[in-house]
Design a binder for this molecule. Sequence first.
Ligand SMILES: [Zn+2]
Length: 283
Amino acid sequence: MNDVVKCTSRNIPLPIQREVRQRCGFGCVICGMPLYEYEHMMEWAEVKRHVVDEITLLCDQHHREKTGGLLPREIVEEANRNPFNLREGVKKPYDLHFRGAEAEIVIGGNKFTCKDQGYGTFMIPVSVDGVPLVGFVLTDGHLLLNMVVFNEFNVPVMHIKNNQLFQSTIPWDIQLVGTCLTIREGKGDILIEIIFNPPNKITINRGRFLKNGVEILVRPTNILIINNASFISNCSAHNCSGGLIVGHHENRIGGFMTVESVSRLNRNLEAALAFEKECLARR
Ligand SMILES: [Zn+2]
């Protein structure tokens, strides 16, 4: 904390940016918006230094208001001491702009596509124990993305409900930059990276889907289910309600790969990684 970096560059060093994000609850301190800019509370021209405690997060609107003089510094400082997202607990959702009659989800190079076939069309590429982890619902011309990300403690840390993105303050770091949402559990430890390609596509090339002891690794060119060392690569499914369906599902979903029973206790990470290596070498 309080690293003073006297410098001539306005670029804030990345570790300082991260500390600011964590302190501000990953959103604008005034309204909680997950799209923000880093704001020196004291005039940059005067201080010319990057100190964690002197930098805060403001969304575009509140940044403009501050710069234009409509939002006084005292109010920003007050919000910085008690940021919206930490105060409110539940964050204000951010609306994603998905639409159309066709949807596409790419996970680890595997492609899931779907066309609206009337009311209630849905596509769930990954589901564990009856919980859809990622999917689109296509209904009446609307295209609705739904997603939930769990951490190692089986706690949901990010939710997208019908195109509304709800972050939480549980993860170590969460960042929405451009179209890319990254959730980290520690330094260099990416829980998941989601690229939104509106109007109708998302891509996941890195990360882990975790739920009830099931661990599904996502790599740029494959998926690996750790529990039973399943390697999935270069698959594509069209108009298939389910993709990778793991564990018991009360309401059965037809999928291109259904794995009813996987052990949650005797999973062997090393064996699974060795098998993945073998598969990749064979290609
Ligand atoms: Zn704001």
